[in-house]
Write a new protein. Structure first.
Length: 314
């Protein structure tokens, strides 16, 4: 007769036991469960656009499947995707990136993950403004770093260079900027962003600029990417971008990074041993999102005031 093995608790690794589960995803699952039970719920947990993925993007994915683009791709993504990202930044921000500085990722979340774990060592301090997106400190903790929070309540939740300067210590290795910010929605004015980057460059501190909400600005604020700063302010900058929110593609899981070549090479190592490459079909769809014609898009999203015209995030 077989004896039952004694019940043991799973020996979670030290790195993972220090992490908290994603509270936004937990809220989303709780809302799903309520919905399944017949309750009418509006879920503000995960940032979900309230319109569907535009049809030209869906069509591109269908064509990709029909054409057999269903296989592994290079770790950094297809040439087509890399070129679409390069062309988008050239067109929108007048900046030239090379293929060796661009990689596709499985969502903006993986972009931030790759960037943090390829840089941070135990004992390194990573600055971030409060309030922050829940995932930032968890990735830092996973990498063995120490999140250091900068209070911004006094300045109406708007991070500035003086606050950063006060928070810098000899151990500061990285700062994560997020403008427009989740959750505050605040947009760092362009002149202040430049001051921040001048300070960080002078101090040799690396920067992740999470630009997931790039287009979510309302007048008088303007769309701004750190990519448009002069080259000398970008030598330690990694832009983490996402197709999720702007193109209503949250489920497709597509993001990207723009970073110096050496940082990109380190991130490619991480990605090559985790997800290998972003989904091949979603890559084709993302290239269409950046380069495709926008005539089929919801009118509200093409307006200068999308929120006023009815496009919004839940
Ligand atoms: C600030 C911020 N960055 C990155 C992401 C990642 O988005 P995704 O992984 O869907 O591209 C999110 C998602 O909510 C976010 O709020």
């Amino acid at each position: 007769m077989m004896t039952k093995p004694a019940a043991t608790s799973f020996p979670v690794s030290n790195n993972v036991s220090k992490m908290q589960p994603s509270s936004t995803l937990a809220a989303m699952q709780a809302a799903e469960a309520l919905r399944a039970a017949g309750v009418n719920v509006v879920d503000f947990g995960a940032g979900e656009p309230d319109f569907d993925t535009p049809d030209n993007i869906k069509q591109a994915a269908i064509e990709a499947m029909r054409a057999g683009q269903t296989k592994y791709t290079p770790t950094a993504g297809t040439r087509q995707l890399q070129q679409a990202i390069i062309d988008f930044y050239a067109r929108e921000f007048g900046v030239e990136y090379e293929r060796s500085q661009v990689m596709g990722t499985s969502g903006g979340k993986q972009a931030v993950f790759n960037a943090v774990v390829s840089l941070i060592n135990p004992g390194d301090e990573v600055l971030m403004a409060k309030p922050y997106w829940v995932t930032f400190p968890e990735i830092v903790v996973f990498a063995g770093g120490t999140p250091v929070f900068i209070e911004t309540e006094e300045t109406g939740f708007l991070l500035n260079a003086d606050q950063i300067e006060q928070a810098i210590t000899p151990r500061t290795r990285l700062i994560i900027l997020n403008s427009p910010s989740n959750p505050s929605g605040r947009v760092i004015p362009t002149a202040e962003f430049k001051r921040i980057m001048e300070l960080l460059t002078e101090r040799g501190i690396y920067v992740i600029s999470d630009e997931c909400y790039l287009r979510f600005v309302y007048p008088p604020a303007q769309v701004f990417s750190a990519a448009s700063l002069p080259m000398e302010l970008r030598s330690r900058l990694c832009i983490a971008g996402s197709f999720s929110k702007t193109y209503a593609m949250t489920g497709w899981r597509m993001g990207y990074t723009l970073a110096p070549r050496e940082w990109t090479q380190a991130m490619l190592k991480v990605q090559s041993h985790s997800t290998s490459n972003p989904n091949s079909i979603a890559q084709r769809a993302a290239a269409e999102a950046f380069n495709g014609h926008k005539s089929q898009w919801p009118q509200c999203w093409l307006s200068t005031q999308p929120d006023a015209d009815g496009c919004s995030m839940r």
